[in-house]
Design a protein around this ligand. Structure first.
Ligand code: FES
Length: 133
């Protein structure tokens, strides 16, 4: 989908040209990969959890500029949050962090919310690592 609105938004442009936390986390505690039916964009978010908080978050996104900006700002937003708080992470928070997005780009922040929740669910569903492993 076209990203014509992104050019008017300096926050989207900044996160698109200087994305934060790009990549995968080796040995991640949770990974969430989701796709947007509307446009075919795919977003993967990996997290490391320490003492019940997200200690690191990284992303890989194949999609529009706004979805890349949404991924970038999302990894910044969830860093340091408790797992419980990350489960309440909302697409509205992503939109707000990017200064508001037009309706045509509404599924970009939704993708980010779903990726975060999928990563946290993956973490929560994994069996605990045995002590000393
Ligand atoms: Fe679909 Fe951005 S246009 S996620």
């Amino acid at each position: 989908m076209s990203d014509e609105h992104a050019h008017d938004n300096p926050l989207v442009m900044d996160h698109f040209f200087n994305p934060r936390n790009v990549g995968d986390i080796p040995g991640a505690d949770g990974v969430g990969e989701v796709g947007a039916v509307a446009c075919g964009d795919v977003m993967r978010i990996s997290i490391k959890v320490r003492d019940g908080r997200i200690a690191e978050a990284r992303f890989r996104t194949f999609g529009c500029g706004t979805s890349i900006a949404a991924s970038s700002v999302t990894t910044e937003s969830i860093n340091g949050r408790t797992v419980a708080a990350a489960l309440k992470f909302s697409n509205a928070a992503v939109s707000a962090a990017l200064g508001g997005l037009p309706p045509a780009k509404s599924h970009c922040p939704v993708l980010a919310e779903e990726a975060v929740k999928a990563a946290v669910a993956d973490y929560l569903l994994k069996p605990p690592t045995p002590a000393g492993a």
